[in-house]
Write a protein that binds this ligand. Structure first.
Ligand SMILES: [Zn+2]
Length: 541
């Protein structure tokens, strides 16, 4: 594929090879040209076919030590505090004088605003060396190619404000660059393993540039130490669990054994749109982190359980109803990670509750179970074969919208006759038909006090709920149904009524060892689930 691309004569030897970036920051112990030359020599001895280096002093020393091509750069601090790579012809000239064979420069949007494309043309015309464009997006690479860049380098992917969400090496981006460009592409940035370097070539890269993973001993040591600490997590490790509901936001610090501390509940600013909600989540998390610090605990990560459907891989809301206006599309994890500096996981609240039941609750150790929450809405989470099932678009588990009555009552989802309308708290009040019993809680209390009418209302509720559950059981054949939510509070009738109603509605009942039970986690399930998701992603079935 690269054969048809124009490659400057001095660069042919780089094809398919490894370029090692030998750079040290000023605070680094190796910030010395002779030591950088030693790194370059070691890299070439190991088979590197090129070196990338910063500044005339290092380049001069490296030129004396090795004969492979050198990509020269000059990092120039700006008044804004940002460092820009080779912003001008003047910055490039001494590099070529010191022995650089080609020059790389920042051609991101930011760099282009500061005249990068003009600098690129002048470097090429006046210094007569190949010019390599460090970019973060396809559009930036195309602009650099138009200006005459000889190569595009993925160096700055993840380092510009528009690309902060890309924190790991992505072969797919390299493949996209290769498809979009006429000039050859070199893969650089966040390549940490030999396997990733190989993936870059497989994706069509002309060459691969690796820096920190080879030439930064402090960084490499830090990775090893972090891995050891992770495997030896101390007893004071805690996770922040946040359950964002449309009414209240609950939070707590959660230990690896599920112990909760510093629980709190505050009203959710539900109607302000995305930014106030993110500010709210950040401040709730920040309060938890301060408490953890006060206790001398080490916060590991933050989990957010939220109403709405969530792409838990991306940590982003796929769709939220008008209960949380503006929430659709919010990149919760990326935004909070940026603000809080800790890993953040996000999950749908009902799914998070299922994760909590599996880790700490009634479904501990169960591989196939369904959690059903019965409150204002009816929702659920399913485990299939030991993994949380989310559906291919993260839109699964809408158990409340299983259809019971095709011509039935209208539902919040726009359909008619959904299970939710016949099994939620409002339905229980409707079945009681007594103006003095205007909440489900009052109906349940009245049934417990011996009211035959209230008791009958709960039976009707169980009969309707059983119809929906029978459909779920027929599809999934679970070991266990775990019920939670307001309708399960102080309700000693639910499980017995439901079992009685299910028996005649589920085929081959006698061969199933289906267990019905109530959640023991109650209102903590959301917070525990959020923290659980942050501890370890539960995988996708
Ligand atoms: Zn519905």
């Amino acid at each position: 594929m690269t054969a048809s691309r124009p490659v400057p004569a001095c660069c042919h030897d780089l094809e398919g090879g490894l370029v090692v970036s030998c750079q040290a920051t000023e605070e680094d112990f190796f910030s010395d040209p002779s030591l950088m030359a030693g790194f370059a020599r070691a890299a070439v001895a190991g088979g590197a076919i090129g070196i990338r280096a910063n500044g005339p002093a290092d380049i001069h020393a490296i030129r004396q030590a090795v004969s492979v091509p050198i990509i020269g750069i000059q990092k120039v601090p700006q008044p804004s505090g940002k460092t820009v790579i080779t912003p001008s012809l003047e910055a490039a000239r001494p590099l070529v004088g010191a022995g650089a064979d080609m020059i790389a420069l920042d051609c991101t949007d930011d760099g282009q605003r500061n005249g990068a494309l003009t600098a690129l043309r002048r470097i090429k015309a006046e210094l007569r060396v190949p010019v390599l464009a460090d970019i973060a997006t396809i559009e930036e690479a195309l602009a650099a190619q138009e200006a005459g860049a000889d190569f595009a380098l993925s160096t700055l992917r993840g380092y510009t404000p528009e690309t902060t969400q890309y924190q790991t090496f992505e072969p797919a981006f390299i493949a996209e660059l290769v498809r979009a460009l006429r000039v050859p592409v070199m893969a650089e940035g966040r390549i940490e393993t030999p396997q990733q370097a190989r993936q870059a070539l497989d994706a069509g890269a002309f060459a691969v540039i690796v820096g920190s993973a080879i030439t930064r001993p402090t960084e490499i040591t830090r990775r090893f130490v972090a891995a050891l600490r992770h495997g030896h997590q101390s007893r004071n490790a805690v996770w922040v669990g946040i359950d964002l509901g449309a009414t209240n936001t609950k939070s707590a610090l959660v230990g690896s054994d599920g112990t909760m501390s510093h629980s709190s509940s505050v009203p959710t600013p539900w109607n302000g749109g995305r930014e106030p909600l993110l500010d709210h989540l950040a401040s709730v998390a920040d309060r938890c982190l301060k408490r953890a610090a006060d206790e001398g605990w080490s916060a590991q990560a933050i989990g957010v359980a939220t109403a709405g459907w969530v792409d838990s891989n991306a940590g982003q809301v796929v769709y939220a109803t008008e209960l949380l206006p503006g929430w659709t599309g919010t990149p919760i994890a990326a935004e909070l990670e940026r603000r809080l500096g800790l890993p953040v996981a996000a999950e749908n609240d009902a799914n998070a509750a299922a994760v909590a039941e599996n880790r700490f609750g009634a479904a501990r150790g169960s591989r196939d179970f369904v959690c059903i929450s019965l409150g204002t809405g009816v929702g659920g989470g399913c485990y299939i074969g030991g993994r949380l099932s989310r559906g291919s678009h993260y839109l699964g588990n809408a158990l409340g919208h299983v259809c019971l009555e095709p011509e039935g009552l209208p539902c919040s989802c726009g359909q008619h006759g959904c299970l939710e309308v016949y099994a939620n708290a409002g339905a229980v009040v409707r079945y009681a038909g007594d103006p003095s019993l205007d909440t489900a809680e009052k109906v349940i209390d009245a049934a417990r006090s011996g009211s035959p009418a209230a008791r009958e209302a709960l039976r009707v509720h169980a009969r309707r709920l059983a119809r929906g559950c029978a459909s779920i059981i027929h599809v999934l054949d679970p070991q266990m149904l775990v019920f939670s939510g307001g309708l399960t509070e102080n309700n000693p009738f639910l499980v017995a009524d439901l079992e009685k109603e299910l028996r005649p509605r589920v085929s081959v009942w006698s061969l199933r060892r289906l267990h019905l039970c109530l959640s023991r986690l109650g209102y903590a399930a959301g917070v525990l689930g959020a923290a659980s998701v942050a501890m370890e992603p539960p995988g996708v079935a």
